[in-house]
Ligand binder design. Structure first.
Ligand code: PHE
Length: 377
């Protein structure tokens, strides 16, 4: 009950006093503003509001102004369900942007589907976000690639570029994203002729990884795949180095936070991770976006914020094409998106509601993310 009140208060606070009129488009944003991955939530909120403001300043979309409500899910699946319920049933939104992580977005996708309200996640990459038990959730979309691709990108890179032979994988068994990509990576690494010499898991609240790292050290792994969000990765990396593990550390998009290096210090130096965009990309779309975001928020936009800007603009484009706020028509327009030019690349939505996009590989050098290469699907 206490939590629900907090969520509601946040929603009201952030939405300001917006009268609900028929002649407006109401969009809800679900994002983790507090909790273990709050840097994700903050940049997503910044970028979402920027896209909506730009559209409103340009006169609105389909002849209507856009009103919005932001709700915090704290990166928790139950909070995310509450948030989606609140947006759909109380605020009567016409569409949702969110949530941000897979574990929070999977419950949101089920509620959006059940209520026939279209939703687009900027960044949740687990396959179960758009498809459950082989069945497409046709009201759910995403502005990013999916984890089978991301797992392949990093296993290939480990085998073919870094020439690693023995991989250890350490993941959170309670987190759909972490567990999913651990499997994709491990299977691909084996298919490419490598050996998975350790495959260990921990729980959501664990902070001492010592016994697992002892096993990993003994396995003789030359590469350690850490598929989790920055806060856990930071802790694990530190403890791994303290144990004397010298393996190269690699991981997926969950590493993307300025806080990773703050937590891990030198421990992640030289590590590699896959991501959705690099601010060093010289395309004018990217340079313009980085400049605009820096001017407003005094920070370089991360992939989360950049994807949120693209996801919001994709949704606004769909509303424009739908000619109004009818959720069924917005859904159809989202499903039909082809060649939409965003900051992170061109968007074509496939039959599962997923975006087919390139990945980038980044390396942590002197505590900063350095562009290494682009990998096309
Ligand atoms: N892909 C992550 C997930 O599904 C979320 C994420 C995206 C994190 C991009 C960082 C950067 O949970």
């Amino acid at each position: 009950m206490k939590r629900m009140t907090a969520v509601l208060a946040a929603a009201l606070l952030l939405s300001g006093c917006r009268a609900q009129t028929a002649n407006e488009i109401r969009i809800g944003l679900i994002t983790p503003l507090t909790g273990d991955v709050k840097t994700f939530g903050e940049s997503v909120k910044n970028a979402f509001e920027m896209a909506v403001d730009e559209a409103n300043r340009a006169g609105g979309v389909a002849g209507m102004k856009i009103a919005f409500v932001v709700v915090d899910d704290r990166n928790d699946p139950t909070e995310a369900s509450n948030a989606a319920n609140l947006l759909i049933n109380r605020h009567k939104v016409h569409a949702i942007v969110g949530s941000v992580t897979s574990k929070a977005t999977i419950p949101v996708s089920d509620l959006a589907q059940g209520s026939k309200i279209p939703a687009i996640t900027p960044s949740a990459t687990n396959p179960k976000v758009t498809v459950a038990d082989g069945k497409r959730k046709d009201f759910m979309f995403r502005a990013c690639f999916i984890d089978p691709f991301q797992g392949r990108v990093m296993s290939r890179f480990a085998r073919e570029t870094l020439r690693k032979e023995k991989a250890a994988v350490l993941f959170d068994a309670s987190n759909d994203y972490s567990k999913g990509i651990a499997e994709f990576f491990g299977n691909d690494f084996k298919d490419l002729g490598g050996k998975v010499v350790a495959y260990e898991s921990y729980g959501k609240d664990d902070v001492d990884f010592s016994p697992l790292l002892t096993k990993i050290k003994a396995s003789g792994a030359d590469v350690l795949f850490l598929p989790d969000y920055y806060n856990k990765v930071g802790l694990i990396a530190k403890q791994a180095r303290e144990k004397g593990i010298k393996a190269t550390l690699i991981g997926p998009d969950g590493w993307d936070s300025p806080d990773l290096v703050k937590i891990a210090g030198d421990a992640v130096e030289g590590g590699y991770f896959s991501n959705h965009y690099s601010p060093e990309d010289t395309r004018p779309e990217v340079a313009g976006w980085v400049k605009k975001y820096r001017e407003k928020f005094g920070q370089t936009p991360d992939a989360l914020g950049t994807l949120a800007y693209d996801a919001t603009n994709l949704l606004l484009d769909a509303i424009r094409k739908a000619g109004g706020n009818d959720p069924l028509k917005i859904r159809e327009a989202l499903a039909a998106i082809k060649g939409f030019k965003g900051v992170t690349g061109e968007f074509t939505i496939d039959g599962n509601g997923d975006a087919v996009k390139s990945a980038v590989i980044l390396r942590i050098v002197d505590g900063r993310q350095k562009f290494v290469k682009v990998v096309d699907p």
